[in-house]
Design a protein around this ligand. Structure first.
Ligand code: NAP
Length: 300
């Protein structure tokens, strides 16, 4: 397919990520118009065939699909608010990171300007944009996603539409980041425990990763238990009170080996609360009951 046959794409914001997005469209032969506050960041893309717009309005006018990747939603609104009518009939695919609330507000804001809105979340770094394994989530207008799916898929092979509710892409994103930090903290804490006995992290690594494979099996069962919504949480692998005994060992070993106890103390307190609420005989999935009934916490 030649550039002429491909739909034109506009990219607003050429920071580290925006440059990677524009480069992926260009590489696939899409006529690509770019704009950035610091115009020099477009130089390399222009050498590769991108069209440099001198204003954001000119960039938006260049084609139906407008991909936005700026530092914040506030910056995006500051930039696009004055354009008003220019957004009519456009599809805004906003890959700027923000909250689900901002995504919903921006969907309404775009609708009021006659634009269709897709809120996107990128689970990749710039270097892996366009790779088959790269994950991008979109939520918002189904029609807009269907229309531009082939183009949007150029940014990552695992591009997925997750629903009409505009905030859903953000929720998938932060939920996965939470899984990442939970796993990273546990791995690093475990490495500290073994280091305290003179064992290298590289010796721990294969055991940690194969244990992650086992955890995949546990959560596969727990997802179904959570979705059943019957509060049963049958303990097919281990009861919560059995987990609690092992958590006490983790806490004890951390303390006695001179390793920080904040992480195991948190897990200990959480599961202890679940036992107090009567979930001793249930599976670990029952802990969701606590997450769904948050304690009063300071805002922030
Ligand atoms: P970046 O390199 O800091 O780029 C920020 C962009 O925002 C630049 O184009 C910058 O323009 C523009 N900008 C900031 N303030 C502006 C203003 N007042 N008016 C006009 N433009 C303004 O950041 P990035 O890494 O590209 O990230 C962009 C977005 O993608 C963020 O929301 C980030 O969270 C998200 N994201 C990034 C990654 C990643 O790995 N980098 C991964 C997932 C999601 P100038 O060039 O003129 O400063």
């Amino acid at each position: 397919m030649t550039a002429k046959e491909n739909a034109p794409v506009t990219v607003l914001g050429l920071g580290l990520m925006g440059q990677a997005l524009a480069a992926a469209f260009l590489k696939a032969g899409h006529p690509t118009t770019v704009w950035n506050r610091t115009a020099g960041k477009a130089d390399e893309l222009v050498r590769e065939g991108a069209e440099r717009a001198s204003t954001a309005a000119e960039a938006v006018a260049a084609g139906e699909l407008v991909v936005v990747c700026l530092s914040t939603y506030d910056v995006m609104r500051e930039l696009l608010d004055p354009l008003e009518g220019a957004l009519e009939g456009r599809v805004l695919a906003n890959l700027t990171s923000g909250s689900s609330e901002q995504a919903r507000e921006t969907a309404d804001w775009a609708a009021a300007r006659g634009a269709e809105y897709l809120d996107g979340a990128i689970m990749s770094v710039p270097a892996t944009i366009g790779a088959p394994e790269s994950v991008l989530f979109y939520s918002g207008s189904r029609a807009a996603f269907d229309k531009h799916e082939t183009t949007l898929r150029l940014l990552g092979g695992r591009t997925t539409y997750v629903g009409e509710e505009p905030g859903l892409a953000v929720l998938y994103d932060v939920a996965l980041l939470g899984v990442m930090w939970g796993t990273l903290n546990s791995f690093v804490h475990g490495a500290a425990l073994l280091k305290s006995a003179g064992i290298d992290a590289l010796a721990f690594l294969p055991w940690a990763t194969s244990w992650m494979d086992s955890i995949k099996l546990f959560v596969t069962d727990y997802a179904g238990q959570i979705d059943a919504g019957d509060g049963a949480y049958p303990a097919r692998d281990a009861k919560l009170e059995t987990h609690f005994g092992s958590i006490e060992h983790l806490l004890h070993e951390s303390r006695s080996q001179g390793v920080d106890t904040e992480l195991p103390s948190f897990i200990h307190a959480l599961v202890s609360r679940a036992l107090d609420q009567g979930y001793a005989e249930n599976s670990y999935a029952a802990v969701i009951e606590l997450f769904q009934s948050p304690k009063e916490v300071p805002s922030g």
